[in-house]
Design a protein around this ligand. Structure first.
Ligand SMILES: *Cc1c(COP(=O)(O)O)cnc(C)c1O
Length: 851
């Protein structure tokens, strides 16, 4: 027997002085949306660039020194290098802009917390839509030079890499990241020492190291517990994204929320607006409250002070998707914590109470401790308002404070480089600064049709190269034959990419119904197998390792794709990540989305497709219900959501078949004398024109600034001044109102008229019992709108009553004289709610009485 030891040594190349700033480029995620920077790296050694997963830092540690010196001596390379650096320097020379928000000034910041961030495949701390959206939010904040800081976790393994075997089983491959080669570096104090903070967990303190990632003008701080000082169990807390059990999850959320607040404090960063993206980060609100209680505030006032500048965004439309923890588990982690807050255990649990369950619900916590709340599309805002209705029990969901801002995508990240070059030529370099200018984008029409069409074909052809590589590897690993591979790739022809390609790629969550198009295989056969008009259907996506039905979808797709007649017509590509996503959204002809209405909170992949001239064919749910205008794609109207699920699938799949067969395929193949379809180009151009200026992340972040951040900042300052005088005022007032409200009442005194002449006055009189409240503690209001045969013709207008006098029976009398503005039948209501001018939302108390 031979015993031997393996020794390893890593040999790092020296970077030539001429290229010294390559390291700086590798350490700034600016490269995640600047393709020319990435091209610079790949040009030096394309194979290594692929091998290191497009990671510039890993690349620089492994590339042959001679190749670096060769590049440094080539004029063409140096000129690209210089042009990249000049763009980089120009971008970073812009100062931070405080003028986005009135009263905002250095060192004010907006802090954005999220469980996952997706910037680029080289930083694997994302799983899907939520993370990519958070990444896009940061990138757009950077583009706007917004004083903005982000906080997340640095996962050792991140999310898994997916392979799919010959039977369609998904295999989750986790690999440890070497933080040395991730685009992060330890966050440092001014004296050069590393930033570490401690977070208390039951019976122990966990050490947390803070890392910094640079995203243009934005710093992202990532927390890491995998330190030798910590015992093994604690080292594992930041091991996997969405891995582990409930205990792991609550510990991760405590590290993110509480550790995140400590980390910012430790670095002297003092945000004036705090944004919790999803409920995972909501413990940050409790940590902030604890700090204020330590400063001497009572808990109720601390809640007001925290909530007033906290923004909470919810992303799921499924109540079960909201994180919640059992009472027992909460007791383990927070029994001691309530002493810090100086409240009882019962009072603490109320903060996470969602009526209908005993668990501590993170959405409820976030809703109790944020005065600004939103969903991510109009439909999702409505759905969320209904899910959370009991948190404002006397308010109709349409009126409660939960509103919406529709998502958007970061255009430079997801727009193919080829489009960006073409825009430079036909729209002018200015297009980058016209992101939200609807009119400007009609210039897309000036791109000649044949050029537009051939650009689409070029992008498809590039996608085909990518798919061929992945499927070849997949087939080799699964021991498929060459002959079989040829069959699979028959239509995937980069030389002649003329077949119509439909794409479906996203997480395989059940509600997304990946297999909807398999409802009627005979019909699908007719659609895909026409020899004159071939159609290719491409699938990609991951299922969470614990999601068994999600993995069944993958098996089912695999099974159908292996039916002899579908071979080479239905492809299942493994390893969905940002890189494959970028290729697919730009390369396929039609982007499919068929979720169960109303469960697609927003969806963003369809936006990525739309900006690249790929046409959407989707169920009217999430963003598409707003984005679709009748001409910029195709839409399937969901059947009523109380229909039986099987019937619904049948009906909706039928709509998909009909649209594909009657509209999509004939239009695509109606080729004119120059070999392309003018109608197709017209629709694709219009889709780009209508979607790009609306569904981009700049529009989204601007909307957050104008609607939320500005107000949160102003209200925060207003509540905090004079040692939180207004926070105390509001909490004292709320306590008074809560105690009194059970005894208030509202009664109408005037006799309702049934009919009056136009121009005459309606005189309303009400008597209220205020149970100790004062007339200016309430608003008495008339709500009126015109109706015709039970249909409301406009939205309600609101008119306030005036307080007149106290009656002999100690009731407060209010009066309103109102002259109807319109003729016809009017529908109206009288109501009263508690009101204080310091409130952020007039109905935030959730209290209301109606006549
Ligand atoms: C955009 C994107 C998503 C989100 O896709 P949806 O269709 O909105 O669910 C998920 N994963 C990756 C890699 C993406 O780029």
């Amino acid at each position: 027997m031979i015993t031997k030891t393996t020794f390893t040594v890593t040999v790092n190349p020296k970077i030539p002085a001429r290229l010294s700033r390559m390291e700086e480029l590798a350490n700034n995620l600016w490269y995640s949306w600047d393709r020319e920077t990435r091209t610079l790296f790949s040009r030096i050694d394309p194979r290594l660039w692929e091998a290191v997963g497009h990671n510039p830092k890993a690349f620089l540690k492994r590339v042959d020194e001679s190749l670096l010196y060769k590049a440094a001596s080539e004029q063409t390379f140096l000129s690209s290098y210089n042009s990249v650096l000049s763009a980089y320097d120009a971008y970073h020379a812009e100062p931070l802009r405080y003028d986005h928000i009135e009263g905002f000034s250095s060192p004010d910041r907006i802090a954005y917390f999220c469980f996952e961030f997706g910037f680029h495949e080289s930083l694997p701390v994302y799983s899907g839509g939520l993370g990519i959206l958070a990444g896009d939010h940061c990138k757009a904040a950077s583009d706007l030079c917004l004083p903005f800081v982000a906080v997340g976790l640095l996962y050792r393994q991140g999310y898994f890499f997916q392979t799919i075997d010959g039977q369609g089983n998904q295999h989750a491959i986790y690999t440890d990241s070497d933080f040395e080669v991730l685009p992060v570096e330890p966050a440092l104090h001014d004296d050069g020492s590393e930033v570490h903070v401690q977070v208390a967990l039951p019976g122990r303190k966990v050490m947390v190291k803070v890392w910094r990632a640079i995203i243009g003008h934005v710093n992202l701080y990532l927390l890491d517990t995998d330190l030798p000082e910590n015992p093994e169990n604690d080292r594992l807390i930041t091991h996997q994204l969405y891995g582990g059990d409930k205990k792991m999850r609550i510990e991760q959320e405590i590290i993110l929320g509480m550790g995140g607040v400590c980390a910012l404090q430790e670095m002297g960063i003092k945000p004036t607006v705090w944004h919790s993206n999803e409920g995972h980060a909501a413990f940050m609100m409790l940590e902030r409250a604890r700090n204020l209680v330590r400063q001497g505030l009572d808990f109720a006032s601390a809640v007001e002070a925290v909530a007033v500048n906290t923004v909470f965004t919810t992303h799921t439309a499924v109540p079960a998707g909201h994180d919640h923890f059992s009472k027992a588990m909460m007791h383990d982690y927070f029994a001691v914590f309530c002493h810090d807050l100086k409240i009882s255990w019962e009072e603490f649990m109320v903060m996470g109470h969602m009526p209908g369950s005993d668990d501590f619900n993170m959405t409820a916590l976030a809703a109790h401790m944020s005065r600004t709340l939103n969903g991510v599309s109009k439909i999702h805002g409505d759905v969320s308002a209904r899910i959370c209705r009991d948190l404002w029990p006397q308010i109709e969901p349409e009126e409660n404070p939960l509103t919406y801002i529709t998502n958007g995508v970061h255009v430079p990240t997801f727009l193919a480089q080829e489009w960006s070059d073409l825009f430079d030529r036909y729209l002018g370099y200015e297009w980058r600064n016209k992101m939200c200018d609807n009119e400007f984008w009609s210039l897309v029409d000036t791109i000649p049709d044949h050029l537009f069409w051939s650009m689409r074909q070029t992008l498809k052809s590039q996608m085909f190269y990518g798919i061929r590589a992945r499927l070849t590897e997949q087939n080799r690993r699964n021991r498929g034959s060459e002959a079989h591979l040829d069959r699979l790739l028959k239509l995937v022809d980069p030389i002649n990419p003329s077949a119509l390609v439909l794409g479906f790629a996203r997480r395989f969550a059940t509600y997304k119904r990946a297999t909807l198009l398999f409802e009627n295989l005979d019909w699908l056969r007719k659609i895909l197998l026409d020899p004159e008009r071939p159609v290719l259907l491409v699938f990609a996506g991951k299922a969470h390792p614990a999601d068994i039905p999600g993995q069944d979808f993958i098996r089912r797709i695999n099974q159908v794709s292996r039916l002899p007649e579908f071979e080479g017509r239905i492809l299942l590509v493994e390893g969905y990540d940002m890189r494959l996503a970028r290729r697919l959204v730009a390369g396929v002809d039609v982007w499919l989305n068929n979720p169960i209405y109303p469960l697609e909170a927003s969806g963003t992949s369809g936006m990525k497709a739309g900006i690249n001239g790929t046409i959407n064919l989707s169920v009217l749910d999430g963003w598409w219900e707003e984005g679709y205008d009748g001409k910029n794609g195709w839409a399937v109207k969901p059947v009523s959501d109380d229909t039986d699920a099987a019937l619904r699938d049948k009906d909706e799949s039928q709509s998909f078949y009909e649209i594909l067969q009657d509209q999509v395929i004939p239009m695509y193949y109606r080729r004119g004398k120059f070999g392309y379809s003018t109608e197709w180009v017209k629709m694709a151009k219009y889709s780009m024109t209508s979607l790009l200026p609306r569904y981009n992340a700049t529009r989204m972040v601007n909307e957050y600034i104008k609607k939320f951040y500005a107000r949160a900042h102003a209200q925060g300052a207003h509540y905090a001044k004079d040692n939180f005088a207004n926070a105390k005022n509001v909490s004292a007032w709320k306590a008074k109102v809560s105690a009194a409200w059970g005894g208030v009442s509202l009664q109408r005194l005037d006799t309702p008229s049934k009919r009056i002449d136009f121009g005459n006055i309606l005189n309303f009189k009400v008597a209220t019992k205020l149970n100790g409240l004062q007339p200016d503690d309430v608003v008495v209001e008339l709500l009126i709108c015109r109706q015709y045969k039970n249909i409301r013709l406009n939205s309600f207008k609101h008119f306030r009553f005036d307080f007149v006098e106290m009656s002999k029976t100690q009731e407060h009398l209010f009066e309103l004289n109102y002259v109807p503005e319109l003729c016809g039948m009017q529908e109206y209501y009288l109501r009263m709610y508690p009101y204080h001018p310091l409130l952020t939302h007039p109905l935030e108390m959730g209290m209301m009485v109606w006549v």
